[in-house]
Every structure is written in structure tokens, then in C-alpha cells.
Ligand binder design. Structure first.
Ligand SMILES: [Cu+2]
Length: 52
């Protein structure tokens, strides 16, 4: 499910913050990301977290 959000890059250009428009209900969530480096090489991964 896609979630409405705003995003902001960190000052170091190496971190990103996503602010969700709605509160998350308790449960397990997975964040999947993908990005291209300066050489256009694509990469991606995922990580999970829980909201209690
Ligand atoms: Cu590369």
C-alpha cells in the first residue's frame, strides 16, 4: 500500500526523512527502497519495523 507522505533530504545528502500524513496503526511494517547512484547503478533493499 502506498502512503501519502512528504519527504526531505538530510543536509548531508545521505539521509532522507519521510513524514507520513496518517498515523500508523500498531503492527509490522516493511519499507522497500530503491535508488540510483551517480553512475546510474540501481540498488535497493528493505527493512522492517514495528509500531506498538
Ligand atoms: Cu554503481
Amino acid at each position: 500500500m502506498k502512503m501519502a507522505h512528504t519527504s526531505q533530504m538530510g543536509k548531508d545528502g545521505k539521509s532522507m526523512t519521510l513524514l507520513l500524513k496518517k498515523a500508523l496503526v500498531p503492527g509490522s511494517y516493511t519499507v522497500k527502497w530503491s535508488a540510483a547512484g551517480a553512475d546510474s547503478h540501481r540498488m535497493g533493499s528493505e527493512f522492517s519495523f514495528k509500531v506498538k
